[in-house]
Every structure is written in structure tokens, then in C-alpha cells.
Design a protein around this ligand. Structure first.
Ligand SMILES: [Cu+2]
Length: 495
């Protein structure tokens, strides 16, 4: 029977809060309605995952470091010794044990973005996994179910907008890997130690939101001086630097190869507030995956990647020196890296390839690869996810509420679930669902599988997912400032 959350949503929410506050009370007086699934359901789901039988153990540290950004040495926070942090690598089905230590001066968390792992390891403080205090430790232990290009970052305040991010690459035992080399490319918008701190930027956005009494809804930050480029696709924040693999454009990361080699690019947008259009000078990109899942290959000169999204593309290298350029959409500046296969002059750091003038590939142009579609099903549960907000005051909402007042989306184990996402604002939002990959469009259709979808300004997208990973999951905008300003809700599995 379809499960409708609407008739008794308030009652259910009251029940949820009661259970969260005092689990032992649920049996005596909070009603007989549905309650969130418990640890048993999470453990059962974990026990049912296919495994390779292999266990990989490693250590990970979050700590303050000094980073050299093209000659400018800044103090920031990172995983390990570098920005991005070390690439974690596993094969789908491996069990990963990560001894995490927090050497930061404040509490933190680690979220494994794109991995539909057990709920209690998802790294969201206050919801799934304990916060890790200063000098504290946490032992992550989970089976990695999903091949592909994924990554990890904190789920604590605006820490993501420092240097706390790194790739998590999961190999597929069943995918031959038809390429000669691989290059993981992480894009970022950077302010820490160069411009104001992320917390200062957020305080400035809030202050600017209070200083005006015009209550425009989601019109962006028109005329906000140093803050942003007028909203729209340009986000809310103008950054002094844009980075590829933690390097400024005057000191780029370099991939050295041979002409004719086929290279798999694994693109990750770790930016907090920036959509990037990317291109490799003199080359076409054959896009093969998004958010870890195969798509029917599409060739393009440029593609658009929202915060939290990943794209994989194959390139066949020419002979020479070729800038890989990431252009922040609606903002001034460029990030870049270089591929070098032979002799050639290196263009100036600000040089912009003509490939970026093409129409960028976006998710609507992609179809899921063979065998990737979800089973076709009429949805058992249909949930609206309305994105809106304002700059004055600086507030971003889902279904009209900030996170602290949210009515969670609710499902039951096994339900075919449809999210009807509508963007009622003048700014695109990359909506990310934890613990699942949805299919764009109807389940069983041709849309790609993803975990983060860029919903255009005033646009709408419907996605289907199978409720097969019990727990309480975040659903939120991957603009770090929007999330901080309230643009988050939950997907709760109820008994
Ligand atoms: Cu947003």
C-alpha cells in the first residue's frame, strides 16, 4: 500500500523527535505510529551487502597545514599533508576500516560523498555518526558498495570551504578499464588564508541580508559589492582563487603522458559555491560516467559540473602541451592544470581555450549506461522537494523550512520513491541525496543515475530512487553557504 506522509506528518514528526530525545520512551506512550528504523535494520542492510571478503585498514587525519597556492603560503585545514587529501582507493565490495583522528582546533566529521554505505557511518553529526571532537578519534568501518569517482569531506558547518576534501575512487571488478592512465582532477573555489574565512563570508552574507528591507526571493546578491557577482549562476561568493588539485593557475598540476594514450579523467567539483565549465584544450571529452555510474558515452568539448557532482571522461592525448581549464560560471578567474606529451609553449595562466565557448554538456544530455537503470516501478511514495530562499534575509529553504524546522521526507523500506524537485529561486542548486543514487526521470527510463543533480534556476527535475538503504539521510543543497543557511532536509525510513 502506498505510504503517504501527509495526513499525520506533524504527529510523525513529534514521534521522531520524542524517539530521538529518549529512545526508551517509544514503547510507553508516544503512540503506535511509524518510528524511524533502528540499528537492527542498518546492521541487516550491511550484512546483506556483497563483499569481496577483503578488509582494508588505513589511517586518516584532519589537521592544520600550510599550503602553497602558487607562491602564496596559507594556513588551512586538510586531510593528511596536502590539498586535496590523499586519494582513498578500494574495490567495490571491500570492507574499509578508517582510523580517523581529528587534530583540528574544532570538532569535525567525515562524509563519504557518493558511497551508499551503512547509515551510521555516513558522517553527519547529530543524525548518523558522532561528531569527532578535537584530538578525538572515530573508527569508520563499512563495506563500499559503489564503484566510481567519489569523494569525502566534512559535514560540519563551512569546513568544506577550507582544504578538507579528497577523492575516494572505487574500482569495479567487472569493468575492464579501457584506458592507459588515469587523472583525478579536483576543482575548488578558494578563500581560506587569501580572502575572508568561510565563517566571515557567511557572517557578511547574513549581515548584508539584514541591511536591506527588500524581500526579494532568491534574486541573488545584486549589488553586494565584494560579495558575489549578482547571483544567478554565479553563486553567492566571489573567490580570490580557483584551484585544480590544490594548485593555482600560475603553478599548475601537470600530467605527463605520451601522444595517443587514452586517459580517464575523474572530475570532482569540491567547490563550496561555484559551478565550473571545464575543457581540455585541443581535445574532445568522451563522457563515460557521472557520479560514479556509467552513461552512454557522449563526446563534447566542454561540460558543466556543479558542486558535489563528478564526471568521468576519456581523452586521447595529442602531441604537445595542453591546458585543462576550469572556468567558474558567472565569476571572474580560471583554474587550470596541464597535460604535457611533447614540446610546446605553455600559454599564460589566464589563457582561455575556445573549447569553453561551446555549449556545455549538462545532465539532460546523458542517458544511463546498459543495466544501470533502476527497476521500472510506479512510485509508492511521491515527495515534493521545493527549493527556495532569499538574500534578504539570507535564508535558504526546502519545502519552505530551514533545516531546524524541517518536515522530513518519509519512506518505508523497499518503496519506489519519487522526489519532485522544484527550484523556485533564481539560482541553480546542486541537490544531493545521501545514501542512495537516484535515477533522473522515471525509474526504468533512460535518465542517468546520480546522487547530486544541478537543478536550474526556476527549473524542476523528478528523480526516482529505491528505498533500499535504511536510516535517516540528509537531502541538501551542496552549496555550502545555502546548506548552512538552512537548505537541508532529511529522508527518514520509518518502520
Ligand atoms: Cu543552493
Amino acid at each position: 500500500m502506498p505510504f503517504s506522509p501527509h495526513p499525520s506528518r506533524r504527529q510523525l514528526l513529534a514521534g521522531l523527535l520524542g524517539v530521538g530525545a529518549a529512545a526508551g520512551l517509544s514503547a510507553c506512550g508516544l503512540g503506535s505510529g511509524p518510528t524511524p528504523v533502528g540499528p537492527g535494520a542498518i546492521a541487516s542492510a550491511e550484512a546483506a551487502r556483497a563483499t569481496t571478503g577483503r578488509v582494508r585498514s588505513l589511517a586518516l587525519q584532519a589537521r592544520p597545514i600550510q599550503a602553497d597556492l602558487g607562491g602564496r603560503v596559507v594556513s588551512t585545514w586538510a586531510y593528511g599533508d596536502s590539498v586535496p587529501g590523499p586519494i582513498l582507493r578500494a574495490t567495490a565490495g571491500d570492507r574499509i576500516q578508517i582510523a580517523f583522528t581529528n587534530d583540528l582546533p574544532e570538532a569535525t566529521s567525515v562524509h563519504w560523498h557518493g558511497l551508499a554505505i551503512r547509515n551510521d557511518m555516513d558522517g553527519v553529526p547529530g543524525l548518523t555518526t558522532p561528531e569527532v571532537s578535537t584530538s578525538g578519534e572515530f573508527a569508520f568501518d563499512f563495506v563500499v558498495p559503489d564503484p566510481g569517482t567519489h569523494w569525502f569531506h566534512p559535514h560540519s558547518g563551512l569546513q568544506l570551504d577550507r582544504g578538507l576534501y579528497a577523492p575516494f575512487i572505487v574500482d569495479d571488478r567487472d569493468e575492464p578499464g579501457d584506458y592507459d592512465a588515469e587523472w583525478v582532477i579536483v576543482l575548488d573555489d578558494w578563500t581560506d588564508g587569501v580572502g575572508p574565512s568561510p565563517e566571515q563570508i557567511y557572517a557578511d552574507l547574513q549581515a548584508a541580508g539584514k541591511s536591506s528591507d527588500s524581500g526579494d526571493m532568491g534574486m541573488g546578491d545584486m549589488g553586494m559589492g565584494d560579495m558575489g557577482m549578482g547571483g544567478m549562476d554565479g553563486g553567492d561568493v566571489r573567490y580570490p582563487l580557483y584551484l585544480v588539485n590544490g594548485r593555482a593557475s600560475n603553478d599548475p598540476d601537470v600530467l605527463t603522458g605520451k601522444p595517443g594514450q587514452r586517459v580517464r579523467l575523474r572530475l570532482i567539483n569540491a567547490g563550496a559555491d561555484t559551478i565550473f565549465n571545464v575543457a581540455l584544450t585541443g581535445h574532445d571529452l568522451k563522457v563515460t560516467h557521472t557520479d560514479g555510474y556509467p552513461v552512454e558515452p557522449v563526446t563534447t568539448s566542454t561540460l558543466s559540473i556543479g558542486m558535489g557532482e563528478r564526471y568521468d571522461a576519456i581523452v586521447t592525448l595529442g602531441d604537445g602541451v595542453f591546458p585543462f581549464v576550469a572556468e567558474p560560471v558567472g565569476k571572474a578567474g580560471l583554474a587550470r592544470a596541464l597535460i604535457r606529451t611533447g614540446a610546446g609553449r605553455v600559454p599564460a595562466p589566464s589563457w582561455r581555450p575556445s573549447e569553453l565557448d561551446g555549449y556545455p554538456l549538462t545532465v539532460e544530455m546523458l542517458q544511463s549506461g546498459p543495466g544501470i537503470a533502476l527497476p521500472a516501478a510506479d512510485p509508492d511514495s511521491v515527495q515534493d522537494v521545493v527549493l527556495s530562499g532569499s538574500m534578504t534575509p539570507y535564508l535558504w529553504t526546502i519545502n519552505g523550512q530551514t533545516y531546524e524546522n524541517t518536515d522530513p521526507l518519509m519512506v518505508k523500506q523497499g518503496q519506489a520513491t519519487r522526489l519532485r524537485i522544484q527550484n523556485h529561486s533564481m539560482m541553480p542548486h546542486p541537490l544531493h541525496v545521501h545514501g542512495h543514487t537516484f535515477q533522473i526521470g522515471p525509474a526504468g527510463g533512460s535518465g542517468p543515475r546520480k546522487d547530486t543533480v544541478l537543478v536550474p534556476a526556476m527549473g524542476a527535475v523528478e528523480v526516482d530512487l529505491t528505498a533500499d538503504n535504511p536510516g535517516q539521510w540528509m537531502v541538501h543543497c551542496h552549496n555550502a553557504y545555502h546548506a548552512e543557511a538552512g537548505m537541508m532536509t532529511r529522508l527518514d525510513y520509518l518502520t
